[in-house]
Design a protein around this ligand. Structure first.
Ligand code: NAP
Length: 317
């Protein structure tokens, strides 16, 4: 079974976490049994860090997989896992935060999360069910009051740590100006074609860890494509190491000192994604990747609707 290195999250929680996690958002959505079986396979392969969200509808499958892994003796205790879930934008209101985490915990059959994130830096009206989201249903987030709700979740012991997702430097500045518990993590889109250099520098200075999502460019989803897994430069580097372009992307992200969550429900690929820790990129290879032309992240801006609140989800700024 693969051994995954761990990092320590910020001093606000002092938690350790495996640097690579299994994402559980799939497109089109996997049926619950497929997701559960894949998650059990991931635990067998060595994954101990799982990323879910109320919005992914994968919390139940993850909860069932954890219960079964305990029954099968694949893990001895829930404490061996690091579980992240996220506050959906429809519940981004002070008084809805604690009930929302309790719903997620019920879905997951757990007593606590390891990390709870504000999923998007915006508020959606509660009736939103479909993409693209029309402008009339999206509102600016009242970060201060929602963060108070997040702090209450940590103070109540419902989660060990709290953080954010898709937050720009500007939004983080605002949050840090009043946070009693600073965010431990900012989960954002990051890969060799969207490197988030400015945001990474900012977060490093502020002791906020970064977790990269869509590290393989989300190929096969409505918003992603094959520009990472079929990138010529990554493939050329991969050839020299006997690896794949996907593994080069994951290794490069790891070497930047950030964590990553990647999704594969395929047994072989989920194993390959863990085989990135016993070799390294040369300085020349890293420089080549650093200089790849950047394209603006398109994960959400492209599917949500082209107006300012949505476009702000492309972090960096
Ligand atoms: P990703 O991990 O970049 O890509 C997933 C796609 O790549 C899947 O189609 C997968 O297919 C394929 N794949 C996986 N390993 C591969 C490999 N070694 N070679 C070739 N193809 C491979 O994209 P993602 O799912 O968008 O991001 C990962 C996780 O991040 C999500 O599951 C979710 O947990 C999280 N996320 C968070 C946010 C947020 O707003 N916070 C947004 C998006 C995603 P197979 O399953 O068939 O292998």
């Amino acid at each position: 079974m693969a051994k995954v290195p761990e990092i320590t999250l910020s001093s606000s929680c002092n938690r350790t976490r495996p640097v690579i996690g299994m994402g559980t958002s799939s497109y089109p959505p996997a049926d619950p049994e497929t997701a559960k079986v894949a998650i059990i396979e991931a635990i067998k392969a060595g994954y101990r860090h799982f990323d879910t969200a109320f919005a992914y509808r994968s919390e139940q499958s993850l909860g069932e997989a954890i219960a079964e892994a305990l029954n099968l003796g694949l893990i001895k205790s829930r404490d061996e896992l690091f579980i992240t879930s996220k506050l959906w934008a429809s519940f981004a209101e002070r008084d809805l935060v604690v009930p929302a985490i309790k719903t997620s915990l019920r879905n997951l059959q757990l007593d606590y999360l390891d990390l709870y994130l504000i999923h998007w830096p915006l508020k959606l009206s509660q009736e939103v069910r479909q993409m693209p989201i029309v402008k009339e249903h999206a509102f600016p987030l009242d970060i201060k009051s929602v963060w108070e709700g997040m702090e209450e979740c940590q103070n109540l012991g419902l989660t060990k740590a709290i953080g954010v997702s898709n937050f720009s430097c500007k939004k983080l500045e605002e949050l840090l100006s009043f946070a009693k518990i600073p965010p431990a993590d900012n989960q954002v889109e990051m890969n060799p074609l969207w490197q988030q250099k400015k945001l990474r520098e900012f977060c490093k200075a502020k002791d906020i860890h970064i977790t990269a999502f869509s590290p393989l460019g989300a190929n096969g989803t409505k918003w992603g494509d094959n520009r990472i897994v079929e990138c010529d430069i990554l493939e050329e580097i991969a050839k020299a190491h006997g690896k794949t372009a996907a593994q080069i992307s994951l290794r490069w992200i790891y070497e930047q000192g950030v964590s990553l969550v990647t999704k594969s429900y395929n047994k072989e690929r989920m194993k390959q994604n863990l085989e990135i820790f016993d070799w390294s990129l040369t300085e020349e290879e890293s420089n080549k990747i650093d200089q790849l032309p950047q394209r603006k992240g398109v994960t959400f801006a492209s599917i949500l609707g082209p107006h300012d609140l949505m476009l702000e989800l492309d972090a960096e700024t």
